[in-house]
Design a protein around this ligand. Structure first.
Ligand SMILES: [Zn+2]
Length: 122
């Protein structure tokens, strides 16, 4: 397994988008090159709308630069739900959950089967 990395600026952008969406969830896909996650891929309807975020993330476009997903947990607990695990298994190898209050340390990353993995901030 490669060690995933994420751009600090992108992580900040994710936290800002999650704050803007609060108390709804924020969700998007992640785009990476050479193991470095550098861009969000938005889908219509994933910016807000609570429970529909996970449903929309399951509607994965055919795009091999997409390596996984990110979504927010307004509850403050960055652990995957059953629906999250189903979505993870369908949408890529790296999945980030950011938890309220959306600081640069309030997030965790998981692989396709829901095991916690390290993602290095660069
Ligand atoms: Zn979730």
């Amino acid at each position: 397994m490669p060690l995933w990395k994420i751009k600090r600026e992108l992580l900040k952008m994710i936290m800002e988008a999650s704050k803007s969406s609060y108390p709804d969830e924020f969700g998007a896909f992640l785009r990476a090159k050479h193991g470095i996650i550098y861009e969000l891929v938005m889908l219509p309807g994933t910016l807000s709308g609570g429970r529909s975020v996970i449903y929309n993330l399951m509607m994965k476009p055919i795009d091999f630069t997409i390596v996984g997903s990110v979504h927010s947990h307004p509850s403050g607990v960055p652990l995957p739900s059953e629906a999250d695990l189903r979505m993870f298994s369908r949408t890529g190898d790296v999945h980030i959950i950011v938890a309220y209050p959306y600081t640069l340390t309030s997030w965790k990353a998981y692989n396709r089967i829901g095991e916690e993995i390290d993602v290095k901030v660069i």
